[in-house]
Design a protein around this ligand. Sequence first.
Ligand code: DAH
Length: 346
Amino acid sequence: MEKLSEIKEAFNREKGSVSDLNDLRQFRARYIGKRGAITELLKSLSALPKEERPRAGKQINELKKFIEAELKALEADLKSRQARKELQKDLLDITLPGKFVPPGSYHPVSQVLQEIIDIFVTMGFSVEEGPEVELDYYNFEALNIPKDHPARDMQDTFYVKTETRDDLIVSDVVLRTHTSPVQIRGMEKRTPPLRFIAPGKVYRCDSDVSHTPMFHQVEGLMVGEDVTFADLKGVLEVFVHHLFGPDTPVRFRPSYFPFTEPSAEVDIGCILCGGEGCRVCKGTGWLEVLGSGMVHPKVFEAVGYDTERYRGFAFGMGVERLAMLKYGIDDIRLFFENDLRFLRQF
Ligand code: DAH
């Protein structure tokens, strides 16, 4: 009896210092393992006088049951403590305030570009793309811009250095100066009738309030057996009325481009002064918005189209310029400074 209460006391005392499942295994072995205190007690029963054995056996078994129950509870407690510890390692405190990520929005140039694309897609034009690093042939030659044409001036064109001969850089690779080369690439790929637009980045060695070394253009081309200048006027009038409003005056003014004949520039009534004359329209009441014309036979020849059978019109516009006019912005460089106070207004 004395032994029993000694064991129980020791068990209760030691219980508190069992801190993990490893400790527990040893603790358990000390009491109910093969050499455990309880097991040894049970073995010693045979040394007792016969009549005392049942009572002693019963008491030992009661203590054993008590210990087993305690060990079980202890194990459950240790396991849940360990699980909690594991969770804490990558604990997410859901009561902490979140980090505010302000929503972004489309750049004004992207917005206007998307609007332009939508208007032409509605009129049945598909969207074509071409490379920004372009061959001289596509950027100039095939568009009837011969070697001595002022548009090829070294000051405007970024040449990609491919070969050095003495001091002279001879290169047939350029950063495209306009999206017109996509006309050629698009026509090489298919046969008329066709109509597509070609939006994208273009590059010119030029920089001031109205010029940046990179800007965006949208080219357009429609070719068929009976495409006329009236179609050109109709399509571009619809375009202008969608982008600037249905009451915007439109006029076609004779002009010159090497790849069109006849050529025309399209003006709209100044949207800032309503045609009265102001600083932006330089007192004329009109704003030039794009270049256009009937495809030059030389261009059709370059892609092997029958110049007797087909005609077409083409046009090209600067996206930043249209965005500036649409929103009354007076310095093109604002688009590329990424000042949030500017960008947030769109
Ligand atoms: N490529 C011309 C430029 O960058 C714009 C242009 C004018 C495109 C007339 C055309 C066109 O397709 O017909 O200034």
